[in-house]
Ligand binder design. Structure first.
Ligand SMILES: Nc1nc(=O)c2c([nH]1)NC[C@@H]1CN(c3ccc(C(=O)N[C@@H](CCC(=O)O)C(=O)O)cc3)C=[N+]21
Length: 302
């Protein structure tokens, strides 16, 4: 008998799921408005890298949809460390800004760690400030009353909102970058989620062996096509988080390539498309962090 998934993985639709989350957030923004509170997202963008400019513009479009105020700090590529720090201090002090991000990467010459550590942890919309990562490690089971990393949270919401059960699942994470690989293990292993996590990286001796044992594969390596159909267990759930810019040999045009190779859709039970999967979820949960920060400041959220 053919397995129910054989030949066509079901789509983990990040665009639709993000739209549902944004509609819920819009409701919560209205509730805050009734108390005279309006959440505000700030962005600090240094330089004019076209990709970064587009991402930041997308975040502000999302804000408009949900009723969040946009606050922009656009600095030239020549900005000094002191100028970036001054922008951070302005947003830390601005009551209209309930959460903000410093768009990465920063130009060489700006010390990214020093900059990121200066963000007020209560306004850390990325959820990647050392204080917030520390809370994730130190606070035991139960709700975590602090911003969570957006992409990891987006991955989890994308699965749970499609009815995928994470408790007891063996999850193989590929990649140990801070924004995804390293921080998602902290979330998945918490008691409320109860998954078992394996984090693979470039030093892993037998990547295929780890991937093959997984019920859920989350690939955030940024290495196009690293996850092949031969590696994936039939019926596994696969999330394609990696984003690489490649030149398509057929068209000669630049395009985005994920970590998941063609053919994985023939083996997996669920697959997140890329684009249209985890990316829109990351953006939706960035907004969630901003709304939740405003709720905490208002006392709506315990
Ligand atoms: N402080 C900081 N926080 C970040 O979260 C952060 C960052 N810096 N620097 C750059 C990366 C990249 N990133 C993306 C988020 C969403 C999509 C996304 O929504 N992508 C769409 C496609 C959008 C398009 O390019 O047209 C999709 O996957 O469907 C992509 C990339 C957040 N980043």
């Amino acid at each position: 008998m053919r397995a129910p998934w054989a030949g066509s993985a079901q789509v983990l639709d990040g665009t639709a799921t993000a739209a549902a989350i944004k509609a819920e957030l819009a409701q919560r923004v209205r509730a805050l408005g009734e108390r005279g509170v309006r959440p505000g997202l700030g962005t600090i963008l240094v330089g004019e890298d076209p990709g970064s400019v587009r991402y930041v513009a997308g975040k502000h479009t999302d804000c408009t949809e949900v009723g969040i105020t946009s606050i922009r700090e656009d600095l030239p590529a020549s900005a000094t460390q002191a100028e970036v720090v001054a922008a951070i201090d302005r947003l830390n002090a601005d009551p209209a800004c309930t959460g903000y991000i410093v768009q990465l990467p920063l130009p060489a010459g700006v010390d990214a760690s020093a900059v990121l550590e200066r963000i007020d942890p209560d306004k850390d919309a990325d959820g990647l400030h050392p204080t917030n990562l520390g809370r994730l490690v130190l606070r035991g089971s139960g709700p975590i009353d602090s911003p969570l990393p957006c992409t990891p949270r987006g991955c989890i919401e994308l699965m749970t909102r499609h009815g995928i059960d994470l408790a007891g699942a063996n999850v193989c994470v590929v990649g140990r970058g801070v924004t995804v690989g390293r921080s998602i293990g902290l979330l998945l292993g918490r008691k409320e989620v109860n998954a078992t996590v394996d984090v693979c990286h470039t030093g892993t001796a037998d990547l295929a062996g780890h991937v093959r044992r997984a019920d859920i594969v989350i690939s955030a390596a940024g290495s196009p096509g690293i996850i092949t159909a031969e590696m994936v267990a039939p019926g596994a759930v696969v999330l394609d988080v990696g984003v690489s810019r490649v030149v398509d040999p057929d068209t000669g045009k630049a395009r985005i390539a994920g970590d998941v190779a063609d053919g994985v859709d023939e083996v997996a039970s669920w697959l997140s498309p890329n684009p249209g999967g985890v990316g829109p979820m990351t953006r939706a949960l960035l907004l969630a962090n901003v709304v939740e920060a405003a709720e905490r400041a208002t006392g709506i959220r315990a």
